[in-house]
Design a protein around this ligand. Structure first.
Ligand code: ZN
Length: 416
């Protein structure tokens, strides 16, 4: 066995239904964890790489990575941030308002959130007089929420913790999980715990990046080791049924390059909406429940790799300078997969002061303050955080007016 794989485990069986998994439809090779930024003094050290490949289960439609990294390796490297963009907070406010109205939540209700962070979402419920309980395993972040007056338990949401959670808050009218489902390997156990924590007529509301958008827009760089699963409505539906729950509604959200908000009930209060029904039909027509759509996606990813590699290397050979914008996890998947490094891309800028001064994992490209873009005036800047491309290009209009060009890598590389 290759020593570099020693911490990653081959799954082989579907994590949802335990059927044998077919071979991965997309193999991105070996790469370091997308959030394992390197201190400049550790630049010479060898990094640990892990296999990154995804497979599709034809039985329960669940798309999943084929090699799992030990949780202590994943979270040991995690950088936490407490500040959120305006767009992010606006989304949270909208969500709270929508759910309060839809479920007629009041002072007799309970809203529980799994992965509640510093309470930025629950705060909007609490301000409207709706009692809340946050579940946040990171103790330092849970404390920030508690200090703000948002009731928060610093435990992992799991079957083993259900008793404690219920003893503190009782069953919930609504359980929210935003961007948590992708991270939970023991997903059946998790869904059963959700069922136990809901009132008989309660609903769970989950948001996650939508697999159909990932496939359609060739967003392969949103695949990384931390994301065990990539969900469609079809796969969430099967998963819910297995835990005695039922999907009854879904709608599209613009955040994170295309997300899905799914409504799941414990009882039989709601009928499947026509919107959810047509989304399921759309998924089937699109091929979400068919092997071919995944094979087709994989060949587009390979074409993108070739095109982008040739574009960057060609520019470099003709003497142009290239920088990157956004030291996001997705940028690391992208750059490591296409096989570029700090010889081609001189630096990446990022607004996060936590990341400035560090190196990108694998490629070892230095991360600098965003002002360096105007100071150093690289000929080209590849936008790695492409989900904010419009916002970034507006902020950096001075760079563009001064002759700097942007490269947007997905769905196909284009120069602006
Ligand atoms: Zn399965």
């Amino acid at each position: 066995m290759n020593a570099r794989y020693f911490m990653s485990e081959t799954i082989g069986k579907c994590l949802g239904c335990a059927s044998d998994l077919p071979d991965a439809f997309l193999d991105l090779g070996e790469m370091p964890l997308a959030n394992s930024y390197i201190k400049a003094c550790d630049a010479g050290r060898e990094e640990i790489s892990y296999k990154l490949a995804v497979a599709y289960c034809p039985v329960c439609y669940l798309v999943q990575i084929t090699h799992r990294v030990a949780p202590e390796d994943l979270f040991g490297n995690y950088l936490y941030f407490s500040s959120f963009s305006d767009a992010f907070l606006k989304h949270a406010q909208e969500m709270a308002g929508t759910l309060i109205k839809r479920f007629a939540l009041d002072s007799n209700s309970l809203v529980m959130e799994i992965g509640s962070n510093d309470g930025y979402l629950l705060e909007f419920f609490q301000r409207s007089g709706v009692p809340v309980l946050g579940i946040e395993p990171a103790k330092n972040i849970a404390k920030v929420a508690s200090d703000k007056g948002i009731r928060t338990l610093d435990v992992f949401f799991s079957a083993g913790q259900v008793k404690e959670i219920l003893s503190v808050g009782g069953q919930a009218d609504v359980i929210i999980g935003n961007n948590v489902l992708a991270h939970i390997p023991l997903i059946n156990e998790f869904m059963l715990a959700v069922a136990r924590c809901l009132k008989p007529n309660g609903s769970a509301v989950f948001e996650f990046p939508y697999l159909k958008d990932l496939l359609e827009n060739t967003e392969f760089d949103t695949i990384y080791h931390e994301h065990v699963f990539y969900y469609s409505l079809s796969s969430i539906r099967v998963l819910s049924q297995r835990a005695g729950l039922e999907v009854y509604d879904a709608d599209r959200q613009g955040v994170h390059g295309g997300s899905l908000r799914v409504f799941i009930q414990k009882g039989k209060r709601y009928k499947l909406t026509s919107g959810a029904r047509s989304m399921l039909t759309d998924e089937e027509k699109f091929g979400i429940t068919d092997q071919r759509v995944y094979k087709n996606f994989a060949s587009r990813v390979k074409e993108l790799k070739q095109e982008l590699f040739e574009l960057l290397e060609g520019l470099k050979k003709s003497g142009k300078t290239i920088a990157g914008y956004g030291a996001a996890a997705k940028g690391n998947t992208l750059l490591n997969y296409i096989g570029t490094n700090n010889k081609t891309i001189d630096f990446v800028v990022d607004r996060s002061t936590y990341k400035q001064g560090l190196l990108m994992p694998g490629t070892k490209i230095p991360i600098l303050n965003q002002n360096e873009l105007l100071k150093r005036k690289p000929d080209y800047t590849i936008i790695l955080a492409w989900n904010f491309a419009q916002e970034i290009m507006e902020q950096q209009s001075q760079y563009h007016v001064g002759g700097g060009k942007f490269i947007i890598p997905v769905p196909r590389p284009r120069v602006i």
